[in-house]
Design a protein around this ligand. Structure first.
Ligand SMILES: [Zn+2]
Ligand SMILES: [Zn+2]
Length: 344
């Protein structure tokens, strides 16, 4: 019946049909929000390196086809049963933290970030590479009016991860903080570190990003191709914190000797290769290595508010949803300046 077909309004979706397969642009019916969920009319979704976990199937247990995307910004266009505190027409986003179980040991201690059954949009359920998306309310982040959807989206993973890792790193105003890597994460990390009042040393490979790093707030640029990064940091007195954003275990290992006494390597760049360090390197100067994963939606809210207050903004390249494959390839190439964002 033509009438019945017209009633089911379709939406466009960029899905991964199976691990390692190319993106497919398909039409699906617009989903209805269930109990405790809202439907978001997606306006923008950032393309994160971690979307490769879905694209390549390296995260265990993903059900396919799956729609990636965990840097989602849009407008709530329908609320499900039992939803309070969120209303139709409200701007909202979803980041890496896509919901917690509220019952595991970490959740019972209020540590939702480390929920042992954490849900991740684009992995546990369909994410933001689509025109409409369902999300549980515990995953929602309100978006301030002054931020556009395309600016807010990358702040919900790349932004919160650098912001939250830095504010929990123990570095104090005036301390030397190094940011390894000037990419999707690093270009935000440099800005946040500068606004937190640190002396920022940006570390990149090659001279290309030197001027930009300084514009973003670095007072020193270290070209790790031309100089020994650890030695350069020691000449400056040693870094209290090295925020390791580049997904390169080798680059991280090479910098450990650049830490000041009681300094910390804060690891947020995702790789599966081991970081190499000797016990002597850590014992000398009581140095530490710590990993950090994003944060809760409340942490994202802090990130957006801080960005609004201080002018921290992602630098983005936008691609329409239909060109998701091209945008994803651009992200993987490492040449994007600096975050690829899909717009719907
Ligand atoms: Zn991410
Ligand atoms: Zn839990």
């Amino acid at each position: 019946m033509p009438g019945a077909k017209a009633a089911a309004a379709p939406m466009k979706v960029a899905q991964v049909p199976k691990p390692g397969a190319d993106f497919q642009i398909v039409e699906r019916e617009i989903p209805k929000p269930g109990v405790g969920q809202v439907r978001i009319k997606v306006e923008a979704c950032g393309v994160c390196h971690s979307d490769a976990l879905t694209k390549e199937g390296t995260w265990p247990g993903i059900q396919y086809p799956r729609v990636p995307g965990h840097e989602v910004a849009g407008i709530i266009d329908e609320v499900g049963a039992g939803v309070s505190g969120w209303k139709q027409g409200q701007r909202a986003g979803v980041g890496w933290h896509g919901g917690q179980d509220n019952t595991c040991r970490a959740c019972r201690r209020g540590d939702f970030r480390n929920c042992s059954n954490l849900k991740i949009p684009g992995i546990s359920y369909d994410g933001g590479y689509q025109q409409y998306m369902l999300a549980p309310i515990e995953a929602l982040v309100p978006i301030p009016e002054s931020l556009s959807a395309a600016e807010a989206a990358p702040l919900l993973c790349a932004g919160i991860t650098t912001f939250n890792a830095l504010r929990h790193s123990g570095a104090m105003p005036g301390d030397l903080v190094a940011v390894l890597g000037i990419g999707g994460l690093g270009h935000l990390g440099i800005q946040f570190a500068n606004k937190f009042g640190y002396k920022v040393a940006a570390i990149g490979r090659g001279p290309e990003n030197a001027a930009l790093a300084k514009k973003l707030g670095a007072s020193v640029y270290i070209d790790s191709k031309a100089t020994n990064g650890a030695e350069a940091l020691q000449k400056l007195g040693g870094a209290q914190v090295i925020l390791a954003t580049a997904p390169s275990s080798k680059s991280m290992s090479e910098l450990i000797d650049g830490l000041a006494p009681n300094g910390k390597l804060m690891v947020i760049g995702v790789t599966f290769e081991p970081i190499e360090v000797t016990p002597v390197q850590l014992i000398t100067g009581s140095r530490a290595i710590q990993g950090w994963a994003a944060g809760t939606p409340a942490d994202s809210e802090d990130t957006l508010r801080f960005a609004e207050l201080t002018g921290v903004r992602p630098m983005i390249e936008t691609y329409p949803l239909e060109r998701a494959a091209e945008g994803y390839a651009r992200m993987l190439s490492g040449n994007a300046q600096f975050r690829v964002v899909l717009t719907m």
